[in-house]
Design a binder for this molecule. Structure first.
Ligand code: BGC
Length: 272
């Protein structure tokens, strides 16, 4: 963590991390707080987990609060943004991170599972991004704080481009996020709002614990990762900080894959 006397890249900025209470979201929340941002750790279910992330941040001298909202519910998203404005006056960074998996073969996929994943992963990103963009436009530029008027980071996945049998609802939500992100980036650029995605590969979090928690599973997973290690939430936190910072001021409308090479078709390394 950067100590408070050194330059911090997100100083004086308010950042909302949806699903900041666990996994990649918790990693992003901590990384942004370490760079001076005041972080709102959004959570849908576990206040306890969210408080643990808040405590981890404040123990290191950072600033964070937890706010409950289910990102797929419009009234809850609106209430969360009202609360943010009341407590912090405005917002500078949205990390659209909340995401779930509800896996099933295609033949067995229920409408309920399909809808739930689309609601949280895709509609949730739409609702939060719309409210964040409205707030950025309402507040207008603050050049002393950041070059861009606002920054939106969408948590996508390698499955934005890699099809995923047995996970069609999830892969579809991530493919949708790509066009949501790019279309927003195009429309919001004149407002000096930057919109980008991060496409994580296999990161050690609760969402995919079955894929890495036994040595056999981890070995199989590593065949998909040319760089030879499973990712950590901090890997994604580091990318998110950079994307939100002025160092990335000319970057908008793009996905940065942070995946140890998973999108490089590793199966072709010795075949084809
Ligand atoms: C999924 C993980 C998976 C990874 C690589 C992520 O988007 O949530 O379950 O391990 O992609 O396949």
């Amino acid at each position: 963590m950067a100590d408070s006397s050194s330059f911090q890249r997100l100083q004086h900025q308010i950042a909302l991390v949806t699903g900041g209470s666990s996994g990649i979201g918790a990693g992003v929340a901590k990384a942004m707080a370490a760079e001076g941002a005041t972080v709102i750790v959004n959570y849908a279910h576990s206040a306890e987990e969210a408080q643990e992330v808040v405590a981890a941040i404040t123990e290191k001298g950072g600033k964070a609060v937890a706010i409950k909202a289910d990102v797929s519910k419009e009234d809850e998203v609106l209430a969360m943004f009202d609360q943010i404005r009341e407590q912090f006056q405005t917002l500078h960074i949205l990390v659209n991170n909340s995401g779930i998996q509800q896996d099933s073969t295609f033949l067995e996929m229920t409408l309920e599972k399909w809808q739930k994943v689309i609601d949280v992963n895709l509609t949730g990103q739409f609702l939060c991004a719309r409210e964040a963009a409205r707030e950025f436009v309402r507040r207008g530029p603050q050049p002393d704080v950041s070059k861009a008027t606002g920054k939106i980071i969408c948590m996508s996945s390698v499955h934005e481009v890699i099809p995923w049998a047995g996970h069609v609802n999830y892969a579809t939500s991530k493919g949708g996020i790509m066009q949501l992100m790019k279309s927003m980036a195009q429309e919001l650029a004149p407002h000096k709002i930057r919109v980008n995605s991060i496409g994580p590969g296999a990161i050690k979090t609760p969402i995919n614990h079955e894929a890495w928690e036994t040595p056999e599973a981890a070995e199989k997973l590593l065949t998909l990762i040319p760089y030879g290690r499973i990712g950590e939430p901090q890997d994604i936190g580091d990318v998110a900080v950079w994307l939100a910072s002025d160092e990335a001021d000319y970057v908008t409308g793009t996905t940065i894959f942070a995946d140890g090479g998973m999108t490089l078709y590793p199966g072709f390394a010795d075949n084809g």
